[in-house]
Design a protein around this ligand. Structure first.
Ligand code: PLP
Length: 418
C-alpha cells in the first residue's frame, strides 16, 4: 500500500470509529473512497490527484469558486492583523461588512447581525420577529429547509428531520409552498412571521409562480406579520440576481444570508432587517449576542466576496451560464424522458427531477467516476442539484452534460432491464 492509500484507509477507519460508520459506508458505496485534498476555481483534486468539476459547489458555498485569490488574500491580511475580535473595541471589518450588506440588500434593509452559519442566521431572524412583534406564531412551508438547530428545525418543513426531536418550538405551522390560499388560511393577527425561501433549495429546487412572493408580502402586511426571506442558498448571485427576491420585486422585513457570503473560504452568516424592526435590539443591544459572530477574519472574507461578486458580475454570469446549462439539460431530458421528469431552476440553481428515486445513486456514482461532483437535494432524493461555482466555464458545462448523457443512458438501460 502506498503512503497515500494508507492515508485514505486510515481516514475512512477514523470515520468509522470516531465520526459515523454509516456515513463511511455510504461514501464508500457512492465510489467516494478518497480524501479531498486541494481545490482551485471550479476544480477539486483528491489525494491521488484525480480532478473533479465541482457541480455541487458546497450546496451553494463556492459561488466564487474555490480559493478565490482576492478572498484568500483578504483573509491572510486579516490573519496577520487580528483574526478574532476583542468584543470590547470597535470591529472595523464587521462595520464595513454591515454597511455593504445594507448597500446590496434590497429596499431599506439596513441593520445586520453577523453570525457563523445559515441556521444561526435563521435562529436570529425568528427571535427578532418574535421580539419585535410580541407575537409567537411562525408560518413556514412544507419541504422547506432552514437548518437543523432547534429553532431553525422548527421552521424546516421535512418530517424526517423533525420527528425524532419533537416537541420542537410551539407556534410553528407549515403550509404548501407556492400555494397562496393555504397561507391565507394560516396567517392571522397572532402571526409573528412567515419564513420562506424565495426558491426552495433542499425541497428540490422548486421555483414558485411569479405572483407568489408578492402575494405573500401583501398577506403579511395585511395582518402585521413580518416576512423573513431565507436567502442562505439563493443569495449573492446564485439565481442570476444578487438576491432571488429581486426576481419578484419583493422587499422582506428580514433577510438571511450565509453559504456564499464567506467567499468559499470562511464560514459566516448574517441576518439583515429594516430599521424599525431592530427597535428592541436598539433599546437592549445585548439581547442577542455571539462570541464568534462578526469575527474580523470571516468579515474580511465576506467583504472581499461581495466585492468580487460585484466586480466580476457573478450574478450575470450565473444568469448566462444557467441559461446555457438549463438549455443543454432540457435537451437531455427530451432524449431520456424515461429517466428525467423535469429540469427546472433559476440561474445556476438547477434541479433535475428523476422519474424514480432509486436512479439517483447510479447517476451520482457514474458522475463521480467521470470526475464530476453532484448530489441530490436533502429533502427530495429524486432531485439532482446542479449548483456549480458561478464562474463555471462553457467547456466545463459541456463536459458535465456529456458525462451526464452517459450516466442517463446507463440509467435508462437499468430501467429497461427492470
Ligand atoms: N437556510 C437555507 C435556505 C439552507 O439551504 C440552509 C442549508 O442548506 C440553511 C438555512 C442552514 O444553513 P447551515 O447549514 O449553514 O446551518
Amino acid at each position: 500500500m502506498s503512503d497515500k492509500e494508507q492515508m485514505v484507509s486510515q481516514t475512512i477507519d477514523k470515520y468509522e470509529k470516531y465520526i459515523n460508520p454509516a456515513m463511511a459506508k455510504l461514501f464508500r458505496f457512492m465510489g467516494l473512497s478518497t480524501i479531498e485534498w486541494e481545490a482551485q476555481g471550479n476544480v477539486i483534486r483528491d489525494i491521488e490527484g484525480k480532478e473533479y468539476i465541482d457541480c455541487l459547489g458546497g450546496y451553494g458555498v463556492f459561488s466564487l469558486g474555490h480559493r478565490h485569490p482576492k478572498v484568500v488574500e483578504a483573509v491572510k491580511r486579516q490573519l496577520d492583523l487580528m483574526p478574532l475580535s476583542s468584543k470590547v473595541l470597535f470591529n472595523k471589518p464587521m462595520a464595513d461588512l454591515a454597511e455593504l450588506l445594507a448597500e446590496i440588500t434590497p429596499g431599506d434593509l439596513q441593520y445586520s447581525f453577523i453570525v457563523n452559519s445559515g441556521a444561526e442566521a435563521v435562529e436570529g431572524s425568528l427571535k427578532l420577529a418574535r421580539v419585535h412583534t410580541g407575537r409567537s406564531k411562525v408560518i413556514a412551508t412544507i419541504n422547506s429547509f432552514h437548518g437543523k438547530t432547534l429553532g431553525a428545525l422548527s421552521a424546516t418543513g421535512r418530517e424526517m428531520f423533525r420527528e425524532p426531536f419533537q416537541p420542537l418550538l410551539s407556534g410553528f405551522s407549515h403550509v404548501a409552498f407556492g400555494d397562496i390560499e393555504s397561507l391565507r388560511q394560516a396567517v392571522d393577527s397572532d402571526t409573528a412571521a412567515v419564513i420562506i425561501e424565495p426558491i426552495q433549495g433542499e425541497g428540490g429546487i422548486i421555483v414558485p409562480p411569479d405572483s407568489y412572493l408578492p402575494a405573500v408580502r401583501e398577506l403579511c402586511d395585511k395582518v402585521g406579520a413580518l416576512l423573513i426571506c431565507d436567502e442562505v442558498q439563493t443569495g449573492l448571485g446564485r439565481t442570476g440576481k444578487m438576491f432571488a427576491v429581486e426576481h419578484y420585486g419583493v422587499v422582506p422585513d428580514i433577510m438571511t444570508t450565509a453559504k456564499a457570503l464567506g467567499g468559499g473560504v470562511m464560514p459566516i452568516g448574517a441576518f439583515t432587517a429594516r430599521p424599525h424592526i431592530w427597535d428592541k435590539y436598539i433599546t437592549s443591544p445585548f439581547l442577542h449576542t455571539s462570541t464568534f459572530g462578526g469575527n474580523p477574519l470571516a468579515c474580511a472574507a465576506a467583504i472581499a466576496a461581495i466585492e468580487v461578486i460585484r466586480e466580476e458580475g457573478l450574478a450575470q454570469q450565473a444568469d448566462q451560464g444557467g441559461r446555457y446549462f438549463m438549455g443543454k439539460l432540457t435537451e437531455l431530458s427530451k432524449t431520456y424522458p424515461e429517466v428525467i421528469r423535469e429540469v427546472r431552476g433559476k440561474g445556476l440553481m438547477i434541479g433535475i427531477e428523476l422519474t424514480k428515486e432509486g436512479i439517483g445513486g447510479l447517476i451520482l456514482s457514474e458522475m463521480i467516476d467521470k470526475g464530476v461532483l453532484i448530489a441530490y437535494t436533502l429533502n427530495n432524493p429524486k432531485v439532482i442539484r446542479i449548483e456549480p461555482p458561478l464562474i463555471i466555464e462553457q467547456q466545463q458545462i459541456d463536459y458535465v452534460v456529456n458525462a451526464l448523457a452517459g450516466a442517463l443512458g446507463k440509467a435508462q438501460d437499468m430501467l429497461e432491464d427492470l
